[in-house]
Design a binder for this molecule. Structure first.
Ligand code: SF4
Length: 331
């Protein structure tokens, strides 16, 4: 057993204290033959500190495409030649999407908009949309609307939005290579306000943007410092027309190493598979991830690329004897 895994067994599994940056880096550098042991330990950590439940979440895009920002991985930026055009969803469609999501057994419904931050029109849509969902559907509502002002944070709390997603995307030192229209610090500021408001913080990022292994470890350490309730872990799905459209996908082994390392950095967080997992991991990898520290999945369509059908994921969870977290357990 490599020394870092022995160390993680006592500190993380027994003590519930996550690995620091150097520890994460050591896990990311483990040779291939030690990856199964790292995943096994990450799974034990998840079972001990989070339990066997898996949180199932649905996502809907209230406003798609036409974003003024230049995140180099994102096909929703209006600055690249990517095929996603600006589209708004109406309130009845939003409620219908929430109903369909709840019907899968999901407890979380996240409303997403491709914007720098919400304007008055979007906040009005949110107020009406969240109220309509709450009147008709038994599901928790989360939101992802970019950078917020303090007033907007307060308004979302008032609407009853219980969790806010805002990804740091990558570590502080690499961020300027990926986004030039706003800073990592601006994102951090929104996250700080969200946390202080009492909303749950959902914050993760994308691996495979060209960052080094050291920068992956830096990112895990920065996320641990933020201590989010949930961390969505994406692997770059290179979108044609974006500046990162030609980047190679993360190799399955490296993705699994990262899943284990991020779990060992954050023993108590909800660690969620997000976009890009099909191309990086495939069916087998999805199973390996769920047995290696992951404890949340998104059902249905991702924002701009098709995910696996909900039934496949739910069948896999049943097969693995991992119960879907019930709504009552999250209230
Ligand atoms: S990641 Fe968000 S802020 Fe960046 S371009 Fe895409 S939609 Fe806009």
């Amino acid at each position: 057993m490599p020394e870092i895994l022995d160390h993680a067994r006592s500190q993380v599994l027994d003590g519930g204290v996550g690995l620091d940056e150097a520890g994460v880096l050591a896990v990311l550098r483990l040779p291939d033959e030690d990856v199964p042991a790292a995943l096994q330990l990450a799974h034990e950590v998840r079972m001990r500190w989070c339990g066997p439940e898996v949180e199932v979440e649905g996502i809907v895009s209230l406003k798609t495409g036409g974003c003024p920002e230049d995140c180099h991985f994102c096909s929703q930026s209006g600055l690249f030649a990517s095929p996603v055009r600006s589209v708004w969803l109406d309130i009845p469609s939003l409620v219908e999407a929430a109903k369909q999501t709840a019907a899968t057994g999901a407890t979380e419904f996240c409303i997403v908009a491709a914007v720098r931050g919400p304007d008055a029109r979007l906040m009005k849509q949110m107020r009406e949309g969240v109220a309509a969902i709450k009147a008709e559907v038994d599901i928790q509502v989360a939101a992802s609307l970019g950078m917020l002002s303090q007033e907007q944070v307060d308004e979302l709390v008032d609407m009853g939005v219980h969790r806010y997603n805002h990804n740091l995307e990558t570590c502080r030192s690499y961020f300027p290579n990926v986004v030039t229209t706003h800073s990592w610090e601006e994102r951090w500021e929104t996250l700080t306000m969200v946390r202080a408001s009492g909303m749950e913080v959902c914050c993760g990022g994308i691996l495979g943007l060209g960052e080094t292994i050291e920068q992956r470890a830096e990112f895990a350490a920065q996320l641990s410092e933020l201590d989010p309730h949930e961390v969505p872990l994406n692997f770059l799905n290179p979108r044609p027309g974006t500046p990162l459209g030609d980047r190679p996908v993360v190799e399955a082994r490296d993705a699994l190493r990262a899943i284990a390392a991020f779990r060992l950095a954050m023993p108590r967080t909800i660690l969620r598979y997000a976009g890009g997992r099909e191309i990086t991991l495939g069916d087998l990898g999805t199973r390996d991830g769920l047995l290696g520290g992951i404890n949340a999945v998104i059902v249905g369509n991702y924002l701009t690329t098709l995910g696996r059908p909900a039934t496949d994921d739910l069948a896999l969870l049943e097969d693995l004897k991992m119960p879907v977290k019930a709504l009552s357990a999250t209230l």
